[in-house]
Design a protein around this ligand. Structure first.
Ligand code: PXL
Length: 278
């Protein structure tokens, strides 16, 4: 059985990070190990969330795993809470990253703003972890903060702006960069990527739903990792991830209670497995 390890916080309520990655990757038929970096009562967009840092557990867990000789088909990092955790991830990549997909989702912000816990210096430090990855998938906000580039809203940018950002992202050191939440036409949304080894751009767009929900980046990244580990090529994996994320948003919009804090990825799992050919 293929094995992924994902390293991010556990927000006990709110549907993001590990409470998305664990069920989604498991549903895709992959054993999913985790290292929780922190425990929060909710994600940080709720007010008054509790926060217990678990950074001091990362090294002992990884030391134990080294003694056990564990190995993974992919290492996937998401939301990280401190400079120290970013450095711990670099060490983890050194220890477990040989001949293994190293995937970094530099989850730090959206809609032109960083999440409450972060500032520009943190984004610059996250860029140093992106440098060690095979694939990174920031949204435009995260990319702009990491690069110190001007952020533009949908409708204000063109393909040349996105391509320039993609090249600069791979110049940080990652082989492939994928920008999520890209929209060149008002009714289309998707992702554009750049493979710096093949010097090739690629993209996938689907019908845009005019709604913003929390945790969609985590649904997208988890699905992308799951699809890649299932042997899909990058373009197909992006299509699966984008369509599953869209389906999760559609189901959320159809829910009379319409939670604002996360998407209905759970009831879209049959759709995901069909797309995956399972
Ligand atoms: O969805 C990204 C995410 C993950 N973890 C925590 C968050 C967020 C976004 O706000 O607050 C704790």
């Amino acid at each position: 059985m293929k094995k992924v390890v994902t390293i991010q916080d556990i927000s006990c309520f709110g549907k993001c990070s590990l409470t998305v990655a664990l069920p989604v990757i498991s549903a895709m038929g992959i054993e999913t190990a985790i290292i929780p970096t922190a425990v929060l009562s909710t994600h940080t967009v709720f007010s008054r969330f509790t926060f217990k840092d678990l950074s001091d557990q990362i090294e002992p867990i990884s030391e134990h795993w080294k003694e056990e000789g564990l190995a993974f088909n992919a290492l996937y990092t998401g939301y990280l809470g401190s400079f120290e955790q970013i450095d711990l991830m670099k060490a983890f990549f050194e220890d477990f990253g040989k001949n293994t997909l190293k995937f970094v989702d530099p989850a730090m912000g959206d809609n032109g703003k960083l999440y409450p816990a972060f500032d520009e210096a943190f984004a610059k430090h996250m860029a140093t972890l992106c440098a060690k990855a095979d694939i990174i998938d920031p949204n435009l906000t995260e990319a702009c903060f990491m690069l110190g580039t001007e952020y533009k809203e949908d409708g204000e940018y063109d393909e040349a702006y996105i391509k320039d950002i993609l090249i600069k992202l791979t110049d940080l050191g990652a082989k492939t960069a994928i920008l999520t939440g890209v929209s060149f036409e008002s009714d289309k949304l998707g992702a554009m990527g750049y493979d710096s080894e093949k010097k090739e751009f690629f993209s996938y767009f689907n019908q845009k739903i005019p709604a913003k929900y929390h945790g969609t980046g985590d649904v997208f990244s988890s699905t992308l990792v799951g699809a890649l580990v299932n042997g899909k090529d990058l373009k197909k994996a992006i299509e699966i991830a984008a369509d599953y994320t869209r389906e999760s948003i559609l189901l959320t919009e159809a829910d009379p209670e319409k939670p604002w804090y996360g998407v209905n990825f759970e009831q879209a799992i049959p759709y995901l497995l069909k797309k995956l050919g399972k």
